[in-house]
Design a protein around this ligand. Structure first.
Ligand SMILES: [Zn+2]
Length: 524
């Protein structure tokens, strides 16, 4: 236990018997790069400074949103709209004023954070939520030969893994399952999959109509103030008017349900259609608003339809009105409701609401049974998991800094206790697996590509395969004999023109005899 000048009293790791004085000195001097100052990052920064780390740089692109405040405890309401990295730094300095913390409000993929920047650190700690950035940091660390400690959480599940070039699997040695989170702007403005509409129906509409009166979710916060990912402004007049969604005291459940129907499937969709910029992007089709008169009929009795069949749009309108009425009355009687997939009327509401949105956006509608499955699988962030994972990240960082490389672990946090090595535990440490020979990221391995070289252009190969699937940022593509494409930075106009011609050419017609079966392409 010790007191630092001007700082709060803190327990150093040496004091709790985990490290020698030499090791504590190494921890104090260690140069740490943290990527991400969100759910994991806030916990991690706090744990690092309270453990004795004093030289930390952190990178985060995001600004603070109201919906972050329930689990990102370094942020307060008056910080909303400010840089996460900057505010997290200030909060950590309040705990340890003598620490040297540098905050970068930016994207880790920017050039200024390249391999030579990363080389200036002893360890990199990832607290990121998207696969693209995690893959990028993996490659930066491999290039800079700096150890990486990776982390992820998903509800009650979490994991922390260590990656040292040549000694253990890199983050990409094993293929990763597709991510399960969806961009908020897609949910709000441009859904193109059933799950987008189910998330909207359950997390936004249900929560707004029947949840706590002041409930805010990531989905409805600051509408109107934010644009979508392409920089388009949000629809005018969609500014938050939560009171619209409240049922007036004298209002009948039927009038209320029809009013909501008219708003979300007619007026709101018309506003989206009017945002022409949203629909310019190739492959996007503007949605079709519904006629508010569609809800004028008498609502049917619930529970008559087969859960495995897909209802017609008219049938879904009926179920929407009937279930909305039932839930509005339930809300009036018992207070705020939380979605429960075992309550049939709630599933009826979410299924019909999602299906009507799918109808507007030209997405194939689903059975109630399938929607129940999707709605039941949406996972919420758990602050406790983030805290546990941050502690584990810090432990692995200490081992790396203190040279205990043989003690590094990959650790999994489970939802339920299970027996392992005679103990019942929810935290499962395992040995880091060795590097996978032939990994195309860390092992110089080859991938086999089956593709029609007479029809595929170099541009398609570059965008769809090399950039999108293999995750290369600024690749060059070449054979032993010729370079087909390289990044344009610093090139002459005639070189750029030649590469542009190559991009438009099918692989079989590329200069030097083209690329055909059995050819080996190098991507650097
Ligand atoms: Zn690898």
């Amino acid at each position: 236990e010790g007191t630092r000048e001007g700082g709060t009293k803190f327990l150093g790791v040496a004091a709790v018997g985990m490290s020698t004085p030499e090791e504590l000195a190494a921890i104090t001097k260690a140069r740490v790069l943290m990527v991400g100052a969100g759910g994991i990052g806030c916990e991690l920064l706090k744990t690092l400074v309270m453990t004795g780390f004093e030289d930390i740089q952190l990178i985060d692109l995001d600004t603070i949103e109201t919906s972050n405040l329930n689990r990102q405890f370094l942020f307060r309401r008056h910080h909303v709209g400010m840089s996460k990295a900057t505010v997290a730094r200030e909060a950590a300095l309040a705990m340890r004023p003598n620490a040297k913390i540098v905050a970068h409000h930016g994207n880790v993929k920017e050039e200024r954070f390249g391999a030579s920047f990363v080389r200036g650190f002893d360890v990199v700690l990832n607290g990121l939520d998207n696969m693209e950035a995690r893959r990028h940091v993996n490659r930066l660390c491999l290039a800079a030969e700096v150890p990486l400690v990776e982390s992820g959480t998903n509800g009650f599940l979490g994991q922390v893994t260590t990656h040292k070039r040549g000694e253990s699997e890199c983050f990409e040695c094993q293929p990763k399952p597709a991510p399960k989170t969806y961009p908020v702007c897609t949910i709000r403005n441009t859904p193109d999959k059933p799950v987008h509409c189910v998330v909207w129906a359950k997390e936004m509409l249900f929560a707004r109509l029947f949840g706590a009166a002041n409930q805010q979710s990531e989905l409805d916060e600051e509408e109107g103030a934010q644009g979508d990912a392409d920089g388009n402004a949000a629809p005018e007049g969609q500014a938050q008017d939560a009171s619209f969604f409240l049922r007036a005291e004298s209002e009948s459940a039927l009038d209320y349900s029809r009013r909501i129907f008219a708003r979300v499937y007619s007026a709101d969709v018309r506003r989206l259609v009017a945002m022409e910029d949203l629909w310019k992007k190739a492959g996007r089709k503007a949605p079709t608003p519904m006629d508010e008169a569609a809800a004028a009929g008498e609502p049917p009795a619930l529970g008559k339809n087969n859960a495995h069949s897909v209802l017609s749009t008219d049938e879904s309108v009926g179920v929407f009105i009937a279930s909305c009425m039932a839930l509005a009355d339930m809300r009036a009687e018992v207070g705020e409701l939380a979605f429960d997939k075992e309550q049939d009327v709630m599933v009826d509401f979410v299924a019909s609401a999602a299906n009507l949105r799918m109808a507007c956006f030209g997405i194939e509608q689903q059975s109630k049974f399938d929607i129940k499955g999707i709605a039941g699988n949406i996972v919420h962030a758990v602050a406790t998991t983030n805290a546990v994972v941050s502690g584990l990240l810090t432990l692995e960082a200490i081992k790396i800094i203190c040279g205990h490389h043989n003690k590094l672990k990959w650790t999994y946090v489970r939802e339920f206790p299970s027996k392992a090595a005679g103990r019942t535990t929810i935290i499962m440490p395992t040995l880091p697996p060795p590097q996978r020979p032939g990994c195309f990221v860390c092992g110089g391995g080859q991938l086999q590509l089956t593709i029609d070289t007479t029809r595929t252009t170099l541009r398609t190969l570059l965008e769809a395969v090399v950039r999108k699937r293999m995750g290369f940022n600024d690749p060059s593509v070449q054979t032993n004999a010729s370079v087909f494409y390289e990044p344009y930075d610093g090139l002459e106009d005639d070189e750029i023109a030649a590469y542009e011609r190559n991009l438009a050419t099918t692989l079989s017609k590329l200069p030097g005899g083209g690329v055909g079966d059995g050819e080996v392409l190098s991507v650097i």
